[in-house]
Design a protein around this ligand. Structure first.
Ligand code: GDP
Ligand code: MG
Length: 209
């Protein structure tokens, strides 16, 4: 859950996508600025302090494994959506199936979010392995279009070659999480006003009876 105490914010981020798209490479690049090549397939939870727009943030990042099993997917998705303040969904620009999987993941996350009665779930879509453009099978426009239709942010990056673009992914998500917190607060404020006004009117009605 996000906590906003003055300038400080804690946020939970889940990194998801099919195997081999570079989820771990992306996460490790963000945390250490380094690309080490091979990462194994261990599930990891990291805590990292960052400064975004002069504000200190603590990010908990869950580099999550992928499963094809649909019943497991829904169960895990519920757990993740409950825990998360935002998602980074990764595909490889050389792997069409990984792009299709991101599209399905968006649907699953949105359905689960609605089922749990949550307001908003910021999502960033990341097309990784941009350096392998000679092997590209997913066009940039396709990624951009998917993001547009699902109201997500979109970046194409190379975890192998570029730290800055990876940084933009996480900073972009932090901004979205902050915005959604502010609008949720405003909504709660409006609901509070409506509630107290209805209480006043209800009292007047009973007074006049
Ligand atoms: P994960 O299974 O999604 O966590 O993927 P990994 O982070 O383990 O990466 C899978 C493979 O892709 C590894 O061999 C990485 O070195 C490679 N890889 C990851 N990101 C990039 C990238 O941006 N460019 C290239 N060329 N290879 C990458
Ligand atoms: Mg991995």
């Amino acid at each position: 859950m996000t906590r906003l105490n003055g300038q400080r914010m804690d946020a939970n981020v889940v990194v998801l996508g099919t195997d081999n798209v570079g989820k771990s490479a992306l996460t490790v690049r963000f945390l250490t600025r380094r690309f080490i090549g091979e990462y194994g397939d261990i599930e990891s939870l990291y805590t990292h302090n960052v400064v975004v727009d002069g504000r200190e943030q603590t990010l908990n990042i869950w580099d999550a494994p992928y499963s094809q099993d649909q019943s497991f997917v829904s169960l895990m998705c519920e757990k993740r959506v409950q825990w998360a303040d935002g998602f980074v969904l990764v595909y490889s620009i050389c792997d069409r199936a990984s792009f299709n999987a991101v599209s399905r993941l968006i649907q699953t996350i949105k359905t689960t979010k609605d089922f749990l009665g949550l307001e908003k779930m910021p999502i960033v879509i990341v097309g990784n392995k941009r350096d392998l453009h000679h092997r590209r099978t997913v066009l940039s426009e396709e990624g951009r279009l998917l993001a547009l239709s699902a109201d997500c942010q979109f970046y194409e990056v190379s975890a192998a070659e570029n730290y800055h673009s990876v940084l933009m992914v996480f900073h972009g998500l932090v901004d979205r999480i902050r915005e959604s917190r502010v609008s949720a607060k405003k909504l709660a404020g409006i609901k509070g006003i409506v509630k107290s006004m209805s209480a006043v009117f209800a009292r007047r009605r009973t007074d006049s009876l």
